[in-house]
Design a protein around this ligand. Sequence first.
Ligand SMILES: C[S@@+](CC[C@H](N)C(=O)[O-])C[C@H]1O[C@@H](n2cnc3c(N)ncnc32)[C@H](O)[C@@H]1O
Length: 447
Amino acid sequence: MKRKNTKNPHNLSPREQAYDSLLAIDREGAFSNLEIQRALSRSLFSKPDAHLYTALVYGVLQNEMLLDDRISKMTKPGTRLDFEVREILRIAAFQLLMMNRIPPYAAISEAVALCGKVKPKAKGFVNGVLRNMARQSDQLKRWQASDYKDAIQALSVRTSVPKPIVDIYARAFGAKEGVRELMAVNRPSPLTIRANGLKISRDDLLKELANEGIEGVKTALSPSGIKITNASVSELTQTQAYTAGLFTIQDQGAMLIAEALSPEAGERVLDMCAAPGGKTTYLAEMMGDQGVITARDIYPSRLKLIDNQAKLLGIGCIQTEAFDGTARKAADHEQYDRVLLDAPCSGLGIIRRKPEIRYRFEFKKQRALIDMQRKMLINAVDALKPGGTLVYSTCTVDPKENAEQVRWLCRNATGLTVLNTRQIGTADDQCDGFYYAKLVKNSAQSK
Ligand SMILES: C[S@@+](CC[C@H](N)C(=O)[O-])C[C@H]1O[C@@H](n2cnc3c(N)ncnc32)[C@H](O)[C@@H]1O
C-alpha cells in the first residue's frame, strides 16, 4: 500500500487512495493540493468516487486533532498507535462522526479490510475501536468546551489548529475575531477566477462560461473576480474559455494584493518573488500589457510556470529572471516605478487550502523566514525610484511577518510613508488570509 510499492494505483478504492495520500502528506511531507492532483490524474475514479476521495483527504487533514481526540476516548489511556493504524482510524472516524451520508458498516468494513492489507495484526483492534465509536457516535459528535482544560485548548482541538497558531490568530485579529477566523478555516474554500482584462470583460466572461454550462457570481471585493458555483478546478480547466486564456484561477485575496500595487501602462515593475505568477499576470493585465515587468524567483523551474501562463493569457510584457531576492543587485538601484514583494512566509493564512501547513509550523523556521523577508525588503526599497510604490505582502496572518516587519522596515530605511495596510480574512472577506502593506518612497529622500 506504500506509494513506492504501489503496483497498480488505478485499482485503489477511494478510501485506500485516501490512506495512501494521507501517509504521503503526514509522513513524507507531500503537499495536499499536489498530492490530490497527482492521485486524481492517475486514478480511474468516477465523479462520486473522486469526490469521496477528496473529501476524505481534506476532511481528515482539517480535523486531525479533533479525530485523534475522539479516537483517544475509544482506546485505553497510554495506547500507542502505529502511524498506519492511526491513519486508518482517522479516515473511518471522519466518516462515522463527520460525514452524514456514509453508512457506518461501509466505513468500518473498508477500514478493517485496509488494515488487513497493511497491518494485519491490528485488524481486531481497529474493528473493536470503530464498532465502539459507531455505538457512541451521538455522544462523540457532541463537543463541549468544558471537556478541556482551558478555552485555548478547547478551541485548538475543536478547530484542529495547534495552540501556538491559535495564539497567533488571536494576536492578528483580536480574541473574538480570532475565534471567528479559526472557525472559518475548515470551511470549504470558494473557487474563484480572474477575468483576463486583455481579452474579455468580467460580464462577457460570465456569459461565455454560462454557454459552457459553468455558473458563477461576481466577487464582492475584486472587480475582476468571479466565484464559480457549480464546477471543480478540473472541470474549469477543460473549458474552451480556459484554453483561450480568458481567465486565471486565483483566490480573491491574491487579486487584492495585485490591485493594491495598481500599476499603470508603460511603467517598470519588479516582482521579486513571482512564481507561479498569479499576481504577475494580473499586474500585466492591469497595465494593458504595456511597460515591463521583471518577474524574479530563485527557482528557474518555477519561472517556467510564469512563462507558460503568460503565453496562455496572451501577455508579452513579462521578463522572467532567476535571482535570489536576498542578494543586492547594484543595477536595480532606483530603477523601478513599482515593486511587489510577495515574500516567502509561514503560510498561516492559507491553512484552509493547505491544511497540513498548520501541523508543520515551527518558530525556528519562522525566524529564518523573518530574516529573509527583511533582506528582501531592504533590496525592494533600494530598487524603487524616488516616488515609487512598494507593496509588501504575505499569505500569513502572523503580525511578526506582517505589521512588525513594516515597522522594522520604516526604522531601517529612510523616507518611507506607509499608505495603507490590510489583513485580509477568511470569515467575512471569504478570502485566504493575505496581508499587504502599501508604501511609497518619498521623492525628497536623502540618499
Ligand atoms: C508566496 S510565493 C509567490 C507567489 C506569487 N507571487 C504568485 O502570486 O503566484 C513566494 C515565492 O518566493 C520564491 N522564493 C523563495 N525564496 C526566494 C528567494 N530567496 N529569492 C527569490 N524568490 C524566492 C518561492 O520560490 C515562491 O515562488
